[in-house]
Write a protein that binds this ligand. Structure first.
Ligand code: MRU
Length: 350
């Protein structure tokens, strides 16, 4: 049994404020940002101080509570109207990860369904945000366990490629795809992680590699374009990625570059797994074409660190996510078990 040495929690509730690990500064600097207002939480989500679909959901839930606290009225109707405005502000931060909208809706529903004074509603909202956070942690641990049952049985120790960051930093803790990898490591089934660097924001190089190093999990960082070559060289036994939104038919939006990884996995007969909580599944969308794809500032493409790397006069395109068709996905691993993409509705009904 390999021990895990670190416990990474990107969002911490402490004495009337939220503490966020500033993920824009890792791995060079570990710093904490204190959030006391909903507008600051919205900014933190937009600027990716906190990022990763489940972590965004948890942060937004606390953002709703902070917003509720700021509302100065005892009148229920007025309070609920103002809370809707807080919800709108938070919803405008990032469009793709459905966990954001899921968490905000759950907080709003709680407010509407609570019979009591405004002060009582506020208390219940804090409890709900804490519950969303605790549930996500347990969910990730269950995803980790369930992932073990679908990993290839050969070889004994696997070389697993992953994309972006899906670890403790991207969730309430432990991680989804990286949670499966952690479980594989703990149970002796992992030889090494290959982490795609994940241009342009470099979540793989900066965050996944950092988390692996914290846990003493062997990790090799490769640039995104190297994955096909590594597979051809028989260096990869399985690919596991996370998800930002999964449509009802299993089409999966995840960090840009995931789709090409799925295509090359198919070409090289490498199983391609998606690991995600049920809160990432959007049953309202029949297929992935309807998933809104966030486009971010082109500066993320043309500036690396402090250096402009492209000539003036070039144009840029910066979609933050792509959609992998269900047919390229071997299985979707959730807290309720692993299923083929077209069987997603079965996990909900169990
Ligand atoms: O833009 P980001 O860093 O928020 O994107 C994160 C991803 O794409 C992750 O793979 C996804 O949210 C799953 S996190 C468990």
């Amino acid at each position: 049994m390999n021990p895990l040495t670190s416990q990474i929690y990107p969002v911490i509730w402490e004495q009337d404020k939220v503490l966020l690990i500033d993920q824009t500064r890792l791995p060079n600097e570990y710093s904490i940002v204190e959030i006391t207002r909903s507008s600051d939480m919205a900014r933190a989500i937009k600027t990716m101080i906190v990022r990763g679909a489940p972590a965004i959901g948890v942060a937004a839930a606390y953002g709703m509570y902070l917003g509720a606290k700021e509302i100065e009225t005892d009148k229920r109707e007025e309070f609920l109207k103002k809370l809707e405005e807080v919800a709108q502000l938070l919803k405008q931060t990032r469009p793709t990860a459905v966990n954001l909208f899921w968490a905000i809706s759950r907080m709003l529903k709680t407010a509407y369904e609570t019979i009591g004074t405004v002060a009582e509603i506020k208390t219940i909202l804090l409890k709900t945000a804490q519950k969303i956070q605790q549930e996500d942690l347990q969910t990730c641990q269950a995803i980790g366990e369930n992932g073990l049952s679908v990993l290839p049985t050969e070889p004994d120790q696997l070389r697993i490629l992953t994309h972006c960051n899906t670890g403790g930093l991207a969730t309430a803790g432990y991680g989804t795809a990286l949670g499966v990898i952690r479980s594989a490591w703990q149970s002796g089934r992992l030889l090494r992680v290959y982490a795609d660097e994940t241009r342009p924001r470099l979540q793989g190089a900066k965050l996944t590699a950092w988390e692996c190093v914290q846990d003493k999990i062997p990790v090799t960082v490769i640039s995104d374009g190297m994955a096909a070559h590594c597979m051809k060289q028989k260096m990869i036994d399985a690919v596991i990625v996370g998800a930002d939104r999964i449509a009802a038919n299993g089409d999966t939006a995840n960090k840009i570059g995931t789709y090409s990884l799925a295509v090359v996995s198919k070409m090289h007969n490498v199983p391609f797994f998606v690991a995600a909580p049920l809160s990432t599944i959007d049953f309202d969308l029949p297929n992935g074409e309807l998933i809104p794809i966030e486009e971010r500032d082109p500066i993320e493409i043309y500036k690396v660190g402090n250096t402009i790397i492209c000539p003036e006069g070039a144009d840029f395109y910066n979609p933050a996510f792509d959609v992998t068709p269900a047919e390229l996905i071997t299985a979707i691993i959730t807290e309720k078990g692993a299923v083929k993409p077209h069987e997603l509705s079965l996990v909900i009904s169990h």
